[in-house]
Structures are given as structure tokens and as C-alpha cells.
Design a binder for this molecule. Sequence first.
Ligand SMILES: Nc1nc2c(ncn2[C@@H]2O[C@H](COP(=O)(O)OP(=O)(O)OP(=O)(O)O)[C@@H](O)[C@H]2O)c(=O)[nH]1
Ligand SMILES: [Mg+2]
Length: 717
Amino acid sequence: MKSYTTDWIRNVGIVGHGDTGKTQLVSSLLFTAGMTPRLGKVTDGSTTTDWDEEEIARKISINTGLAYAEWLVPSKAEGQAPGQAEKAKINLLDTPGYSTFINETKSSLIAADASLILVDAAAGVQVVTEKVWDYATEYDQPRAFVLNWMDRELASFERALGSIEQVFGRGVVPVQLPIGSEKNFRGIVDLVAMKALIYTPDGDGKAKIEEIPADMAEAAKAAHEKLVELVAEGDDELMQEFFDKGTLPVEDLKKGLHEEVRDKKIFPVLLSSALHNIGSDAILNFLVDIFPSPAFRGKATGYKTPDHKGETIERKIADSEPLSLFVFKTVADPFAGRITYFKVMSGVLKNDATLQNFNRNSQERFQHVQVMQGKAGSEVADLHAGDIGAIAKLKETVTGETLGDKNAPIFYPPAHIPEPSITFAIEPKTRADEDRIGTAIHRILEEDLALRFGRDPQTKEFLLSGAGQQHIEVVVAKLRKRYHVEMTLKPPKVPYRETIRGKADAEGKHKKQTGGHGQFGLCRIKMEPLPRGKGVEFVDDVFGGAIPKNWIPSVEKGIRDAAERGYLAGFPVVDFRASLYDGKYHDVDSSDMAFKIAGSLAFKEAMKQARPALLEPIMHVEVYAPDQYSGDLMGHLSGRRGKISGSETRAGSVVVKALVPLSEMLSYANELISMTQGRGSYSMEFSHYDFVPAEIAEKVIAAHKPHHEEAEEAASA
Ligand SMILES: Nc1nc2c(ncn2[C@@H]2O[C@H](COP(=O)(O)OP(=O)(O)OP(=O)(O)O)[C@@H](O)[C@H]2O)c(=O)[nH]1
Ligand SMILES: [Mg+2]
């Protein structure tokens, strides 16, 4: 495989709400550019970027897929003899659009230099559309929209465009108009060149260029003028030229568009039917001509220390700089081993080089550096600044680490991924499964930053935490298929907490006389509630040495340990202050252990008086569906103790926002599917803890009590 220099590289994140056609579009772009012999389809599992068996089975993207298209740069090709014109390489990152897998989108998008945001031409802007826009803002990326599914029944250019303009503002401007609508959609008017591009449905993706149809001439002229004005507005020189001539020549218009897209002043809107391969060559032209090369940022910023704080270091995104590369993704393949995906941030990576992993202070050999076309890699001699590559069998490097020239250390900051919002207990089927689970999970954790694994200290169950039920189900399926570990998924766990509503004043006395010397410790504490989220506070209010200084931490430890074990039902007690104000000791019989026990006894005594109560996590939920379901959705959420905080209707869709206890959301995914015939989706994030209503609390406590009592006995034994 040929290697490309920085100016000839584009790194494009293909992002958008679930099912807007991202994977299908990438497939069409690859076919149009001649990278694949056939047009791969999501429906028959033959796309380049959804190659994982879970993705094929579920027909959705779970991981970010990498591919590249080599495509002639139109502005460079003009005036050059055939064969002399040069191609650029477009690295395409096909990201997931379902909320449960959106963390993967966020963590891989960090490697892109621009985002192409797909929008369903019938639905308009949806929840994830706004989310990926925010990611692009966070990563400082230029962006453009593609209205896909233009062939769909009820697809509407005007309505969908209206919803994008309404949400994302003035810089949004169409650079194309549709020719034909719904199933007769067959081409576009290019508003820069002012030509019609006509496609053969299910063809090679390359347009026949014609004059603009007479009945569209007026609309095209008006839209062209709007585009010219917007571009002129952003640049003084162009404004002057526009004043003088009343228009802009195509070359200046293109140049202005390129610069203002790069500067995030303009967000163009393009059109396609990805399934029928309409609009593909125009999109490829746009990506190489209007989107910037990785060098547009000028420099990459990293840190001097691995905690990504304090002093920063800057590197030019150029071959002349020392080599540095950032690992943005890891894939665990049971056969090929670990595959590490990285972006060259500065310098040139040569095949066979030995690099320093700065985070681990160790060396890694880069043998067989590759570029990926889906799951297939091809070897390259080198990769230039800004390019994206992959490498198999590194010893220990994982996602988020920086490697490079030993003499020029730098640490690039990784993507910030939110903590998991749901926890499931899993049960290995046999002893052999239990033995295998640790290693298998360890591999999956390496590739999935949004997953957590642990054991419940009380029940000793294995716990998997992730972004949603579907996320955990996919992990369990991977464990079974890839690593042959069989297990059952138990109903999800709700991380309840306990707290107090009132004050208390209590004594804890530990006294034992056994043979020689005994044990003695006595403490008196006051307890009071603190606001939500404050945790546990311990105050030392002892005067006059009633308890010697060295045993005060023992009392504190006793209280904290007991709080962690819980009082009502075994959930950690939080949001209270314990003040130690008095006590007694004995010169011979007092000890660290005696005061720990006294502390825990005082805590239990205080809990009796302090009106203990159960807390539950409340989730911020956003549900998206066609607006006909709006009433049902709100009624259903209210019935689940939800508080509706808002609903918005936009282009035929509704977004309902609500605060709902997590315990009521455990089977929501399935309920939503049956309520909306599979047309709804939702996202859920932790909001805060609140009291569980008394009658529900009683049931939760009754269900957890046996475990709790067992654990308490074990602790005091
Ligand atoms: N008719 C029509 N169908 C399309 C079009 N684009 C995609 N589809 C279909 O829509 C479904 C979803 O397409 P995908 O490409 O998987 O969508 P996606 O955005 O990658 O979805 P996620 O990765 O799961 O977020 C598939 O069945 C496609 O065949 C289009 O332009 N027209
Ligand atoms: Mg996809």
C-alpha cells in the first residue's frame, strides 16, 4: 500500500443517530472509489466496516470501523494530464449511533479531523445528532451534514434542513438541492458548480453531469446566491469581490468555502441515498476538496506528565517533528491477538521501528505497520504525520497511551468517558467457566472503555457495569462466542444507598475480660444528616484527652467500616457527619481493635435513633420516537414514578425528557420496543440520589436483609 503525506490525508468521522445510514454510506463511498468490487450492504452483512459477528447479527454498529478511500482531488486534477493527477486518502471512521454504544463513538472520534454528520431526511435532527455535534465541538472539528435516506417515503429536504438550521444555527447552508423526491430521488444540483448530477440508482455512484433542469433553475439560482453571500460574509476580500462583481467565480467560492468550513463558520449540507448509491462521488469530492487535511490544526497539544495536567507541549503536525503517536482504540481478537489503532500526531512512523511507550516507560516494536480496510490490513513502509494506522501484537500498550521518539516524550490526553450507568450480576455456568472468565473479561475491558468488572463484596457475585442493557448483552455474547465462557445474566442490580433523616447521640462500649488482659474502649458520638453527595464526614471533638489521640483514627475507622457495610439492608450509609465528642479508655486494656469495635457499636446505636432511610439512583432519561407516541411515552414514564421535565416535537419526532428511578428502568429497552413497534430509542444518565418511598423501601430491605445479616455475622466473627 502506498503511503500518503499529510496534505493528501483526510480523517473523517462518520457520525449520527442510529440507523441514519452511516455504515451503508461508507460502503457506497468505498465501492464508488473502487476499493471494493461490490456494493456491500448492511442488510446482508457484507459491509466493510460492520465486520464483527455481533454487528452482522444485530445489523447495527457496535464498534468504530476503519476504512479508507483513495480519491482523485478534483481541484488538483483540473488542467493536469490523466495519470499525473494525484489522489488523496480519506480515512473513514464509521462510528456507532445507538446511545448504548456512543462511548465508543466518542473515544474513537478523537482521531478524526472533521465530522460528517448523517441525518435521516424523514426524521430530521435526533437525540444523537446533537450529541455527536457536541463531541465535534469538544474535539474542535469542522463539520458538514449529509441528509441521507432521501429516497425514503416522507423524506423532506425542506423539513429536515429546517430542523438542522433550527438547532445548529446560521452557519448551516445547503451546497446541493435534490432532483426528484422520495423513491424518484435521482440526483442533485451542485450549488457551487451550478450543474445537475444525475445518478443511476444502484449504480457505480458516479454522476452524469448535465444542465440544471429548467423547472429548478430559479430555486437553484436563489440557493446559489444564498451560499455565495454567506461565504462572502466570512471573508473581507471575498466580500469586496462580491460587491464589485455581484457574484464569486467558482474557484473563489470553493476556496472561501474550504476556509470557512475549516474555521467552523460554515456547516454545509449535502444529500444522498446511501442504499442506492446516489450522491457518493459528490461526497467524496467534498471530503477531499472542502474538508481540511490533518495539518489544519497547525499543532497537536500534549502534556509533560502522564496525568495530563500542568505544563503542555506543542508539536507541529508535520513530518519534520519528532515521532509521537496516540492510541485511540484496541481490538482484542482471539486469534490475531491484540490490534492497536493509532494516529500519528507528529513525525513519520517507519515500519519496524522500536518506539517508547511513554506511559509505561517500556519499548514496543512496530513490526508490520498496517492500514485497515475494515478487518483487512495491508502493510505500509511508513505513515506520515496525521495518518491513521494499526499494529498487531504489541506487548502491553492499551488505549489512551502515547508512544514515540524516546528522546521527545509527550502525553496526549485521552477521551473522557462517563461512568457506567447500569450494573448486572453474571453467573458462570460451570466451574470451568468461572476459571476462564477473568482472562476473557480482561481482554474485553481492554477494548471497551465504558465497561467495568468487579465482584460484589457481599454476595461474591461477578458484576458487569456498562452503558445499558444492550451493551452488557453484547459483552456476554462476546464472552460466549469468542472465549467460550457460558454464563447467565441476572436481573440488574440497583446501587441503593442508605442515609439518615434525623440526629442521634449514642455510646459504643466494648469491654471484654478474658484471662490475662482484657479489652476496653468506649466512645460517644453525635450524628447528623448532610446534603446529598457529601459522603461521610468524621469530626474529632474530643477535649482533654478523654480518648488518647492515637486511638481517635481507630474510632473513625470503626465508624467508616460499619457505614460501608450498611445498616438497613447492607448498602453503604452516606451523607452524614459523625462527631466523636467523648469517651473512656484503660491504660492496659485499651487498643486499636477495642476502639474500632467501640466505633462500630456507637454507629449502630446511633443509626437506631437517626431515622435511617433508603436512597435510590434517579436517572436522567431521554426518549426519542415518532410524535404519535408522545402521550403513551409520557403516561408510561409517569406510571414508573417518572417526573417529566420536558418534551419537544421536531420534524415529526418527539423527545421526552424525564427523571426516573433506575429501579423502574431495568426493562425499559424491551418495553419501549413493544410500545413503539421498535421505532423508539432512549438514552439514560445518572442524575442524583433520592429517598425511596416507604412502601417500596420496605420491600427492598426485606429482599436484601438475609444477605446483610449473613455479612454482618461474618464481619463480627
Ligand atoms: N432506503 C434506504 N435505506 C437506507 C439508506 N441508508 C441506509 N439504509 C438502510 O438503513 C439501515 C441502517 O443502515 P446503517 O448503515 O446500518 O445505519 P447506521 O447509521 O450505520 O446505524 P448504526 O451504526 O447502528 O448507528 C440498513 O438497513 C440500510 O440498508 C438509504 O439511503 N435509503
Ligand atoms: Mg453503522
